[in-house]
Ligand binder design. Structure first.
Ligand SMILES: Cc1ncc(COP(=O)(O)OP(=O)(O)O)c(N)n1
Ligand SMILES: Cc1nc(C(=O)O)sc1CCOP(=O)(O)O
Ligand SMILES: [Mg+2]
Length: 210
């Protein structure tokens, strides 16, 4: 899985723009992974949305991850689920979802990262790297130095999240992140496709032409 540009959907930050529209525009701009993240909708609606995003991701050969909802991920053929520290333990999820199903875990310390890797996680969501308004309970920013420390102690891919923008992307990649998970810097921009493309170009080392 290429973790490069990992877009997390959020309809609250983008009034009038649905998860599906966010996914479609981000994919057209070159996003590698879409994570469906919705704390409000029930399973019936999420199931329909997730199925649609699954097929969009297939069109672009991109990965599809569902936040929190293992049931929705499994039922819609998602590539994986993203879990927080308080969610079902990875060892339990594995009994229902063997590899190649991907399990991503949020971590905010070296200790959590080591435990997540030992427990069988496939990647680590490290954050919040920078201050963010998007997730109020994310805790204090850990900075790129934590990515460097986690890189030294673990082997599985690291996805940096929290306050990632075009100006700090280089720093988190240089610190050892395999990808960046972005919400507001893409979703709150006037054009999601163009914003995604700028990140992709930055990650590929090419100068931005848009
Ligand atoms: C890639 C990635 N990393 C971290 C998170 C945060 O997940 P979690 O801690 O479960 O918090 P919520 O997103 O559920 O509020 C993530 N979603 N994606
Ligand atoms: C969903 C999420 N998880 C975080 C964590 O630290 O685990 S920070 C975060 C929000 C990221 O949004 P933005 O790109 O707008 O800062
Ligand atoms: Mg969660």
């Amino acid at each position: 899985m290429d973790y490069g540009l990992y877009i997390v959907t959020d309809e609250i930050l983008a009034p009038g723009c649905s998860h599906i529209q966010i996914a479609r525009e981000s994919l057209a701009g070159g996003a590698n992974i879409i994570q469906l993240r919705d704390k409000r909708r029930g399973g019936a609606e999420l199931y329909i949305i997730a199925k649609e995003i699954r097929s969009l991701c297939n069109e672009y050969s991109a990965g599809f991850i569902v936040n929190d909802r293992l049931d929705i991920a499994l039922l819609t053929g998602a590539d994986g689920v993203h879990l927080g520290q308080d969610d079902i333990p990875v060892s339990a999820v594995r009994t229902l979802a063997p590899r190649p199903f991907i399990i991503g875990i949020s971590v905010g310390s070296v200790e959590e990262a080591i435990l997540a890797e030992k427990g069988g996680a496939d990647y680590l969501g490290v954050g919040p790297v920078y201050p963010t308004e998007t997730k109020k309970d994310a805790g204090p920013a850990v900075g790129p130095s934590l990515i460097r420390k986690i890189r030294e102690k673990t082997k599985i891919p690291i996805v940096a999240i929290g306050g990632i923008n075009l100006s700090n992307t280089r720093d988190v990649i240089d610190a050892g992140a395999d990808g960046i998970a972005v919400i507001s810097a893409v979703i709150c921009s006037p054009d999601i496709k163009i914003a995604s493309r700028k990140f992709v170009q930055l990650l590929s080392g090419k100068p931005s032409v848009v």
